[in-house]
Ligand binder design. Structure first.
Ligand SMILES: Cc1cc2nc3c(=O)[nH]c(=O)nc-3n(C[C@H](O)[C@H](O)[C@H](O)COP(=O)(O)O)c2cc1C
Length: 212
């Protein structure tokens, strides 16, 4: 699978099989986190892997009772040590770069997992203290997200996502460019697939309307 395929196929999965993970795969997912960029290469990100079922249950509880998470055979918790980055970048480092660094590591691991045929979900809703208590994190560590990791037991539908023309501005903030073909010369594979899907839906709707 190439990277674009991985990005297209990735879904947030909330139903997992109870099958154990292959440790080589887990290692590769963690390696993707290690390779992710950090501001100034300060490397403030720390990653905790939790396998113990009781702890996974407590983590799910700390995530506002998202008990579906507990079934995933592993939880990856992405945290940062803010004082590390504060030394170099002050308040901006502590309040902003920590989130960037954690997000970059999380997304790299999520994509690596997808490429390996594993399922994940980015979980950001949790009660800080409860989560820290559940997995023995120090008070001064910031937990950014939990990533349940395992084999999917569902195939979620692709959620509706805005088109490129909606989310991309050109030149000035708010300046929408409606014809991306003019801009790029040709559509990227991604846009082309999205366009084809849209056309298929319109064709189906037309046929349906002709029948009624
Ligand atoms: C910062 C962040 C926090 C999220 N927190 C949760 C969460 O607590 N629980 C959950 O089920 N999904 C959570 N999600 C997953 C989103 O709901 C999901 O990415 C979105 O619905 C789009 O679906 P997709 O991931 O399949 O593209 C979170 C995603 C992000 C980026």
């Amino acid at each position: 699978m190439d990277l674009f395929e991985v990005m297209q196929k990735r879904r947030s999965v909330r139903k997992f099989l109870e099958a154990p993970l292959d440790w080589q795969d887990v290692g590769e997912v963690l390696e993707a986190g290690r390779l992710a960029p950090t501001a100034g290469n300060v490397q403030d990100v720390r990653i905790l892997v939790v396998l113990d079922p009781d702890t996974r249950n407590k983590i799910a509880e700390a995530c506002y009772q998202q008990y579906w998470m507990a079934k995933a055979p592993a939880h990856i918790i992405v945290g940062v040590e803010p004082q590390k980055i504060e030394q170099f970048y002050g308040k901006r480092g502590k309040e902003l770069y920590t989130a960037h660094d954690a997000g970059a590591a999380a997304m790299s691991m999520i994509l690596a997992a997808e490429a390996l045929g594993l399922a994940t979900c980015w979980v950001g809703a949790f009660e800080d203290h409860m989560l820290k208590r559940a997995c023995g994190m120090a008070e001064d560590v910031q937990a950014h997200c939990v990533i349940p990791l395992g084999y999917a037991d569902e195939k979620p539908r692709e959620p509706v996502k805005f088109g490129i023309e909606t989310i991309v501005y050109l030149g000035n903030w708010g300046n929408r460019y409606t014809n991306m073909r003019d801009l790029t010369g040709e559509f990227s594979d991604l846009s082309e697939n999205a366009l084809k899907k849209g056309k298929d839906i319109i064709e189906k709707a037309k046929k349906h309307l002709q029948r009624v």
